[in-house]
Design a protein around this ligand. Sequence first.
Ligand code: SF4
Length: 377
Amino acid sequence: MGELLLEVKGLKKHFPIKQGFFRRTVGHVRAVDGLDLSVNRGETFAIVGESGCGKSTSGRTILRLEEPTAGEIVYHHETLGKINVEKADSKLLKRIRPEMQIIFQDPFSSLDSRMTVGRIIAEPMVINDTLRGRELKDRVAELLTVVGLRPEHASRYPHAFSGGQRQRIGIARALALNPKLIICDEPVSALDVSVQAQVLNLLEDLQERFNLTYIFISHDLSVVEHIADRVAVMYVGKVVEVGTTDQLFYNPKMPYTEALLSALPKPDPRNRSKPTLLAGEVPSPANPPSGCYFHPRCPYAQEICKKEAPPLQDTGDGHLAACHFANELTLKGATPLTEIKAPDIITATARHQASVAASSAAQPTEASEQAGSGATS
Ligand code: SF4
């Protein structure tokens, strides 16, 4: 087990539902409803789940971009020791914020179109007053180079760049203050598949180079399988399973994870099983079901599931699952990549890996993209 960097205990973020002339609170949307996780230094910890399950809100609440409703966020600072982020005052927050950064999902809306790329990347350093003048310019040029762009791009505006290049600018800005932890909020979901591979490759290179820790939020299990060391699955604001990537993908313990994995592309087109189609809708986080939130859709549900919420407990080897029958059910996982033998069988995952391998041989400046965008002209 690695050195702990972040512990989240019972984190909740509820948004009030207001109605009527006096805007009375008539209920709450439980976007995050008791999140427990621990992240080790230097690892990539993925959070997966369907849209609206609370993944992104969890990331934003951990950084205190949203104020938590309840719970603890403990950050292990190298010199200051354990810090309760949820209680930190503005002075302490200013001290630890440089270590905790975020890369946003949409590279088109997350960059201010009125600012030059240089100003966008320099902004965190200006706000924190870490560098000025020549040193600041040099640091911006260095960061552009680190993410595979060129120093002269600093004087251009975001609209002159393609999606992949804009995401590189977002990554450069996140790196500006030498962070330890970066929350990557769906960082490649808005990009083309070939560009996704290049950006994922860049993130992996940067992690190794700067000893970064990632919380990688995604709904794309193929991407998560490729990049994550450990994975947490969220359902209606709660974590329902946590394990290493191998444990979770090849030996799931929670029926919801089995259903998600069944939708992954199959390696053998001659032996395709149908994905497990879940009955019913995803419950509203404003009015979740009793007991196990998954029981109205679970093919294995029993009477107890309607009454008692299963705790997230260890099923062995640190593999956690929130299911009353986690150790009794034999669930189907994904096909391990090592079992894909036939050369004529190409899965989406294998294809994804091939594109990653190809991109690692290429220069990270995305020559083809630049040709299209005119950014290097
Ligand atoms: Fe299904 Fe019951 Fe397990 Fe929930 S606790 S996942 S309803 S079997």
